[in-house]
Structure formats: structure tokens, C-alpha cells
Design a protein around this ligand. Sequence first.
Ligand code: NOJ
Length: 564
Amino acid sequence: MDNPWWHRSVVYQIYPRSFADANGDGMGDLRGIIQRLDHLAGLGVDVIWLSPICRSPQDDNGYDISDYQDIDPAFGSLADFDELLAGVHERGMRLIMDLVVNHSSDEHAWFAESRSGKDSPKRDWYWWRPARPGMEPGTPGAEPNNWGSVFGGSAWEYDPATGEYYLHIFSRKQPDLNWENPEVREAVYAMMNWWLDRGVDGFRMDVIDHISKDTSLPDGVVRPGSLYAEGGPHYMNGPRNHEFLHEMHERVFAGRATLLTVAEMPGVTIEEAARYTDPARREVDMVFGFEHVWVDRGPDPWVLYPLRLTKLKGILGRWQAGLADVGWNSLYWNNHDQPRVVSRYGDDSPEFRVRSAKMLGAVLHLHRGTPYIYQGEEIGMTNAPFASIADFRDIEALGHYAQAVEHEGHSSEDVLTVLRARGRDNARTPMQWDDSHQAGFTTGTPWLAVNPNHKEINAAAAVEDPDSVYHFYRRLIALRHDDPVVVYGDFTMLLPDDERLYAFTRRHGDTELLVVGNFSGERARADIPGAEAWSSAELVLTNAPARTGLDLEPWQVVIYRRRA
Ligand code: NOJ
């Protein structure tokens, strides 16, 4: 079988709410995206992943869908969507949708019907349970089990109308669908087929390793100092997850032209990822793992850990090795749930922002797998200067703040320090198009404040400047398109114990690449085995002015190529 097109592709994620606002209401929309398609075509990306645009009360910015087959009026209409899709295809790109089917909105007609009574035909479409035996329903501690919600508080919401609770791993407005029920699965597959028939090219599947739960819903372990248990072990990568995804493949993907399916899986291990992405098993094409973005997290979410490069290399190196023979990696630093990488693993000071953003891009894009660029990453956008909790909009930030400060006794300043560094709103500040008022994002008042640094950091300036992060990313994408070693080369990690340098080779046929990135603000020398062999190699790309061999400037990256 031919290699699928997505092996050679680069994906660009759009968070529509924050991308471009055409109608001046302060929220991005589909017409705004249509107007900016040439920015993406110019960058050279192959695929656009749209975060959710379906009808939604927007409790979790669209990850709470109340109608899977309509567009939220805040984003536009189905006619706008068709025009957007045509515009993407005309430019030779593809478009994948966000598929949010672990849960729906509580305002979805399915849930309204399920909630209407214990004998509703859709009662079993969600997870309804009575109070804990011997407890008065609706009183503290009477929840069916002790799981906490990802956004703070209990994972159960009491519904006085029927005297039972429903499960919501995320907000109370995101009730979990019961995938054990075949009618639920058939309804989801029908909806997916409807989108594919409309012309979309695949799906990014939201928390799709949560769909098979341990149906006994047992209590979990409560971490000291926490009010609720971590239910993850009982609802992530559960007993029927592979079966459900295989069934989805049979019902939806089989027999169609090659699509792209990406499974977001917070709880996935490498071994499981290899199974999920083994083409012979016909489940999904690639998974989004989380290990490498949790490298600076400990058991206590309110403690910040600095990046340890050896740990990061250990994780990414293991993923490269683990999926070398079977399966495929997705490669990302950023998305709408992660802080900006240049502020996190790089240096966002005026002196090193551009250089470190390029270094991070090069290291990521030269791994084996499909790279993802999150809007604004290609111009080196940074974290935002949030002054107080009033500046945040994210349900997760607000929920954690309330739980930590009001119920768990943490100081407001400590919690804010963590939210400033890790909060999801860092990624969600509006796209910085130019240096004008509101960064060219909107003519109105943006739903989340624009980062004041848009005066210097913006797309217009980046496109003008041949030395910008934007043009560097453009070259990285072109390199992937032009040189099979980037797509197919074997990966070998070098210098695993070095805390400053990230070094590896890629080899395909007789072509070998060497990539060395300096993750520090100091000069560093790469003492790699066989260094002499590289002294006359072609310098394919670097982010520093001069050729420096293997002596790297602060935050420098070098990519060398030679015939082996
Ligand atoms: C993962 C999404 O990326 C995140 O933004 C969302 O809050 C949760 N899933 C719940 O849908």
C-alpha cells in the first residue's frame, strides 16, 4: 500500500474563537478564517484542524456541543462552512473537524430527552446513577463515586427531577455519553458520515481514550490535600476502547479515500499508541500523547517544575523508538490547552524570543511523525500577562482557582503564578495579525484581551521580515515536503544525558541529517560521536548568523545533511 499523504503533511490548528473576527462581535468566525486562508497557504501547511464550530452554549468554548450537525451562529452558518471548505480545497489543503463525542452539551436534545425521566428511551445514553447507598441524594458525599471533574468539583451532578446523578468528567454542562449503548455509537457514526459526505478530510477526536469506562465506576484514590479522587485510571483507555475505535473505522472510514484521524489520548502509553495506530488493526492514524507536555508537572498541580531537558528527550526518544516500526507519531508543542512553547521551553525575552522559537520549531519538525502548528506559534506568540483571575476566561482556570483557593486553602498568588505559567488562556489570546488596535483580530471588543506585545509580535511584521519565525517555519515545512529523510528517516537520539543540547540524527537511504538544538542561554559544544564526519556537511538550516560547526550559540539550532 502507498504511504498515506498525511505522512508528508504538516497540520495547522485553528481555534476559531481566537483566529479572526469578520463581523466585529469580538469572537472569531468562519468568515474571518476564509479571509485569512492565504496566510496558511503561504506558510505551506497541508491540513487545517478546526477546533469545534458546532452549535454550543460555549461553556468550554465549543467542546460542549448541543447540535453536531449545525454551526454555532457565533461562528456562522453551514453555507459559510461549505465556502470555507471549498476555499481550503482550492488551495490544495485539507480540513479536519474536531469530534467531541466523549460528551455532549447538557443542552443537546439527546441529553434533554435522557434527563426527562428514568423511563426515557434515551436514559441510558448517558451515565445516570443513584446516590451512594445509605446517603441522602443531593447531600455532600452522596455522589455515586468520589471522582473529581477535570475542571474542579465532583464529576457528578445531582438532578433533583429524577433524584439521580449524571457523570461529567469535564464541566457539569458536558455530560458523558454512554458508549456501551450501541444506539449512541450508531448516532455518532451517522453524524461522522454526514460530515465526511460534506467533504471534510478527517477528524481530531477529543479525549477519545475516555469513551470506554470501567462500568462499575469504582471509587478512585484521593491525593493528600485534594477533595476528590483522580478517576482517570477507571475511565481512560478502558476495556472496550480499541473495540469502539475499530467499530468506528468499519462504520465510518472503511471504503473512503484516505482520511486523517487523530486521537487525543491523555492517558495513552507508547505500547497502547502502537496498537491504536497499527494500520493492520484499523483504528486511528495517530494519537496525541501528553507525556512530553507534562514533563514539567509533578503530582501536585500547584508546584511548577522547570524543564529538565534529559527528561524531555527521554520521553520523545522513547516515543520515536516505540512507534518506529508500527504506527505513527503526532508532533506538537502547542495547542489550545497548552501554554505557549516559547514561554515554556524557550526564552520569550526580546533578546532570544525569535531564536528560541525557531530552535523549538526545528527540533520538533525534524522528528519522525506529523507536526502540528498551533495558530500564532508560527510567529512566536508568547504567554499573556494576566494581572488577576478576572483576566482569565477558561472554565478550567476558573474552576481550579475556586477549588484551590476557596476549598483547599492555597493562596491566591500561588495559584495565579501557576495559572500564568500553565493556564490554557495563554494559548487562546487572539491571533496577532498586525500592530493595529486589537491586533487586527477584531474591530470590536475581543472576548479575551489581546496580548499587548502585538505591537512587535504580529503576522504582518513576520511576513515582511525574511528572518522571522514565520519564514523559518515556512522553510521547515518545505524541507519536509522536499526531502524524504525528514518524513521517513530513522531516528537516533544522541547525547541523552546532556541538559542543554537536544541532538539526533535521521537516516534514510544514503542521506543523513544531524539536528542539534541548544535549549539554553549559554554557548554549548555538541561532543557527538563521529563529529568529524559532519565538519564538511551541508548546513541546511540554522537560526544564528554564522556557521559555528558544533559549537552552538545560545538557543541556536543547526541542521546538517550529508551523504552517508
Ligand atoms: C480536550 C480539549 O482539547 C479541551 O480543550 C477540552 O476542554 C476537553 N477535551 C473537554 O472536551
